[in-house]
Design a protein around this ligand. Structure first.
Ligand SMILES: Nc1ncnc2c1ncn2[C@@H]1O[C@H](COP(=O)(O)OP(=O)(O)OP(=O)(O)O)[C@@H](O)[C@H]1O
Ligand SMILES: [Mg+2]
Length: 318
């Protein structure tokens, strides 16, 4: 059994906007996630985080490249493999309200999810009662409708549904962004408990670096459809190598006032570029304080730098 649960190899996702314009939401992503690991995925709005998450769980097909899950190429699975892939890969979205059918009770929603997987009604009901508790709600919530419970409780119900098939891999796409601050902490604790108790492998997407710092051992940074830096959490936060990572970090307050004072603020110049009009060379060069002629012409490849850290930059921060 390989140590890697899920792998993206050269994954691209293109959207044809018109005859001459193609938007590359993903532009060649390589990513390996080890069994039991949680990787955080950060980057500005539109950088392709959700597209990567949806592609990894099979909600979208890559235009190029492949996704390998548990040693299986997910491109054209047979029926048995497809069922396994559906069961084993789940996604939790930002907005629990739109993820739930308003006309179905929480219990029926979970039962329905399992019925599609071939569970008998009786087994599905028993399982729903079990997972709703694991998600931190009581069985009393099963007969309730989504509008009858709070946002945090709805997200718990969504998480209960996601874990009902005992998935090995969960993509959590901004799972706490729509929740108020106190509920956020509860849901993050629940997700951490799932990591610890079930060994669930996760991709945790958030534009909020402090949330990611809390949840993830490793963090990947996306810029215009590519991963530009990946590193263990501590290395990424303490010694970011990519100027874009440094800029993202400078946009959040640090908990330590001393580090906060000595920190050199890198200000991101300009707007996020249009993914349908990607700059030449390194796509970050128009906004980069370190850009040279080389950056304007030549695309930097991902390369190792330091302990388990990788960066795609010609002039990484020392
Ligand atoms: N169906 C589609 N057709 C055309 N373009 C799309 C489609 N879906 C996504 N895109 C574009 O792909 C790019 C990446 O979108 P994606 O939703 O993955 O970004 P994101 O990093 O998740 O952003 P956010 O932080 O706002 O959620 C964006 O430029 C988006 O407009
Ligand atoms: Mg998104």
């Amino acid at each position: 059994m390989s140590d890697i649960l899920i792998e993206a190899a050269g994954v691209a996702r293109h959207y044809r906007l018109s005859e001459h314009r193609t938007l590359r939401a993903l532009d060649g992503v390589d990513l390996e996630i080890h069994r039991g690991a949680t990787i955080g995925l950060v980057g500005e709005s539109g950088s392709g985080k959700s597209t990567l998450g949806r592609t990894l769980v099979g909600l979208q097909k890559p235009t190029l490249g492949k996704v390998v899950f548990d040693g299986l190429d997910t491109a054209s699975p047979d029926r048995a493999t497809l069922a396994k892939l559906r069961r084993q890969r789940q996604i939790i979205f930002q907005d629990p309200s739109s993820a739930l059918n308003p006309r179905m009770t929480i219990g029926d929603t979970i039962v329905e999810h399992l019925r599609v997987q071939g569970w008998s009604r009786a087994d599905a009901r028993a399982r729903a009662a079990e997972v709703i508790e694991q998600a931190g709600l009581s069985a009393a919530f099963l007969p309730r409708y989504p509008h009858e419970i709070s946002g945090g409780q709805r997200q718990r119900a969504v998480i209960g549904r996601a874990i009902s098939t005992d998935p090995a891999f969960i993509v959590a796409d901004e799972p706490v962004s729509a929740l108020d601050v106190s509920t956020r902490a509860q849901i993050m604790n629940l997700l951490r408990k799932l990591q610890a108790d079930r060994g669930t492998t996760m991709l945790f997407i958030s534009h909020d670096l402090s949330v990611v710092a809390h949840m993830c051992r490793d963090v990947a940074v996306m810029y215009l459809g590519r991963i530009v830096e990946i590193a263990p959490r501590a290395s990424l936060f303490e010694t970011p190598r990519h100027p874009y990572t440094a800029a993202l970090l400078s946009a959040i307050p640090l908990p330590d006032p001393v580090r906060e004072r000595i920190r050199v603020r890198t200000v991101l110049k300009g707007e996020t570029p249009d993914p349908a009009a990607r700059p030449s060379g390194c796509s970050f060069h128009p906004r980069c304080p370190r850009a040279s002629e080389l950056c304007r012409t030549t695309d930097p490849k991902m390369r190792p730098i330091g302990e388990r850290q990788q960066v795609a930059c010609h002039h990484p921060i020392e």
